[in-house]
Ligand binder design. Structure first.
Ligand SMILES: [Zn+2]
Length: 483
């Protein structure tokens, strides 16, 4: 009798799991097909030219070569004549650009398409590892090569190509469209994006939505989904760096105290790594599962449709890889360790910097409090470093703006699944948060996890085909949002 009962329960459990998997409905929009715009064959060449301007951002502002930015400004004028004669162009904070394309209907709120003009430097010593020199902009083997082809001159040029193409057809947007291209995103946008945002705020601009970088069109990155997944960032993690320091008497290393400054500091760091911030499986990451789960292979679908049973398993799988672990917790990363000058002298002070990326729902204050609790040692001084900010608000995936982006992706990349995503890095759009409730973050670069290493790395490149799709995406998005 007991055996029969157990068998019955197991069968029932399976039935429940299967029914739930069957009810796990796709969240993907079915869209009407569109004829894709034919893109001017000169477009890749124009991106190549833009890559040749070495608009590098360095931490030390004095190192930046401002002539390169001015050169790029002039080049854009020449390359996109209709855009420059129709839209209003303003130079903000000396090197950033703000364009305004006035809409027919001033009663509907404008949108803002963002990108940035600067790029990161080439890591010294790696120049020779590039297939084509990093600032050559060479077009070879179907790719445009060089720093900025992925991050993110294809965004700047792609948007301008789209506007220029629409102007050729005498398109006038229903709503006003702003284009904002900062010049110092790679160092946090302290002058560019923050000045443009302040200017728009002063003018009382309230935006329907902002489109920024942050997500991509990924292949093979979301486990269990066999088609590309376009990850649209709907929130961004917060940021804080804490300096931990320990002082000591110093003295000769032949008579060290039982506990040295270095030992005390090491224990503090080790405690932080052993007591990680707790994982949280809710909010954006939960939505990511809601959008991707129904598109998964059958076994995975059963798993994700039955989180009431398998949540623990899913969370432990997510925490396996740093890529997905960063989506479910505030991360802890010691980045600088300093102390000591001579092998036989005890240092008077040792210091470490630990960088935290903060999950929505937590704040810089809660992080500082927890760090102090975990270290629990008054000999370790904890000080906040200058740059710090809280996680962004979460944009509305039920909004028309999200639907417009989702529709556009499905029109240009028909087999692609669209899903909301938590951006773990920091981008310029956080400066604009007071101007809108909705910030969506994607550039439709088609990338594998191998390709992601090219961003800020070696052999950055974009295929001519994908660049063409990016331009088609911006054209279609403008039509879907402002027609
Ligand atoms: Zn970027």
């Amino acid at each position: 009798m007991f055996r029969e009962l157990v068998v019955l329960l197991i069968v029932l459990l399976f039935v429940v799991m299967l029914v739930r998997a069957g009810l796990f409905k796709s969240r993907q929009l079915s869209v009407e097909p569109v004829t894709r715009q034919v893109i001017d064959q000169k477009a890749p060449e124009r991106l190549s030219k833009a890559v040749q301007f070495r608009t590098i951002s360095y931490q030390e502002e004095t190192e930046c070569d401002r002539k390169q930015f001015q050169g790029l400004h002039e080049y854009l004028k020449e390359a996109f004549p209709k855009t420059h004669s129709t839209l209003t162009r303003e130079v903000v904070a000396d090197y950033s650009l703000l364009y305004t394309w006035k809409g027919k209907n001033l009663n509907v709120s404008p949108i803002l398409l963002m990108s940035h003009l600067d790029v990161v430097p080439i890591e010294p010593g790696t120049e020779s590892e590039w297939t084509c020199p990093p600032f050559s902009g060479d077009i070879k083997d179907g790719y445009i090569w060089g720093r900025g082809t992925m991050d993110i001159k294809e965004g700047v040029l792609g948007i301008l190509e789209a506007v220029e193409a629409l102007l050729q057809e005498d398109f006038v947007p229903e709503r006003t469209i702003h284009l904002a291209f900062g010049h110092d995103e790679e160092v946090g946008g302290p002058r560019g994006a923050s000045s443009i945002a302040a200017l728009l705020k002063e003018r009382g601009v309230a935006l329907e939505y902002i489109l920024d970088e942050g997500g991509t069109n990924t292949i093979g990155i979301i486990p269990g989904v066999n088609v590309p997944v376009a990850l649209v960032g709907v929130a961004e993690k917060g940021y804080i760096s804490l300096e931990l320091s320990v002082r000591s008497e110093g003295g000769h290393s032949s008579m060290p105290p039982r506990e040295t400054a270095a030992g005390i500091l090491s224990r503090a760091i080790s405690n932080l790594e052993r007591h990680r911030f707790p994982s949280k499986f809710k909010g954006v990451v939960r939505d990511l599962v809601e959008y991707t789960g129904p598109e998964m292979t059958f076994i995975k679908k059963i798993l994700f449709a039955n989180l009431w049973l398998f949540k623990g398993l899913v969370v432990s799988q997510l925490s396996e890889s740093p890529n997905t672990d960063s989506l479910i917790r505030t991360t802890t990363a010691p980045t600088i360790l300093e102390g000591g000058t001579k092998e036989n002298i005890l240092p008077k002070r040792v210091r470490a910097v630990v960088n935290f990326r903060i999950l929505p729902g937590e704040t810089t204050e809660t992080v500082m409090k927890r760090v102090a609790d975990v270290i629990n040692d008054s000999r370790v001084e904890i000080a906040q470093m200058t740059q710090a900010w809280n996680p962004s608000q979460i944009s509305d995936t039920n909004s028309q703006s999200f639907a417009a982006i989702q529709r556009t992706i499905r029109q240009i990349f028909p087999s692609t699944v669209v899903a909301p995503y938590l951006v773990t890095g920091a981008t310029d759009s956080r400066h604009y948060l007071p101007l809108t409730r909705n910030v969506f973050k994607i550039v439709p670069l088609v990338v594998t996890s191998e390709d992601l290493k090219r961003i800020h790395g070696t052999d950055e490149r974009i295929s001519v085909e994908n660049y063409t799709e990016c331009i088609q995406f911006y054209i279609q998005l403008i039509k879907n949002s402002a027609q």
